[in-house]
Design a protein. Structure first.
Length: 171
């Protein structure tokens, strides 16, 4: 197996084009704030440029970017500066808006999930990662990922009841 250098398959612009939605979407899911997601996005690709790492394949590169994004989100959300600022619920930032109203409702329900459930749901449905891949990225067991997906789906179903589900929980 041939190792891929940092810039294999194209320049930095191509790598950003390929992975920008994945990195930004994950950052937005984790931080819940566009400004923080922008910061995370920039830090992740800056770290990518500076790391000089050799990747085994595209899956290795993707996993590195996901892990780096999660770590950067953790740094942003746990910083002492952030703890001294106004909570997101009290800020007047414009919320993330999608074209379709149902997308906004689902996004809002996703953002209201506990972090343990939000990230696996996002990685599974939006990034189409397997439970094995999610387990590796989050450094947890695959069974834990499956349990969090199940509980997250239940919470989403409860949050969206009446919008998309009837009282029995069916569509």
């Amino acid at each position: 197996m041939e190792a891929l250098p940092l810039r294999a398959g194209g320049g930095m612009e191509e790598i950003i084009d390929r992975y920008q939605n994945m990195v930004y979407g994950l950052a937005l899911t984790r931080t819940g704030c566009r400004a923080d997601a922008d910061d995370v996005f920039q830090e992740v690709f800056l770290a990518y440029c500076q790391c000089g790492k050799t990747f085994r394949d595209e899956e290795h590169r993707k996993a590195w970017l996901l892990r780096t994004t999660i770590n950067q989100c953790r740094r942003v959300t746990s910083s002492s500066w952030r703890k001294k600022t106004v909570p997101l619920s009290e800020r007047e930032d414009a919320p993330v808006q999608f074209q379709e109203p149902e997308e906004n409702r689902v996004w809002e329900a996703l953002q209201n999930l506990a972090g343990d459930y939000r990230l696996p749901i996002y990685l599974f449905y939006f990034q189409e990662l397997s439970t094995q891949e999610i387990a590796k990225i989050l450094a947890i067991r695959p069974g834990t990922v499956r349990m969090r997906l199940t509980r997250g789906r239940e919470q989403l179903r409860d949050a969206l009841k009446g919008d998309y589900f009837d009282e029995s929980g069916t569509v």
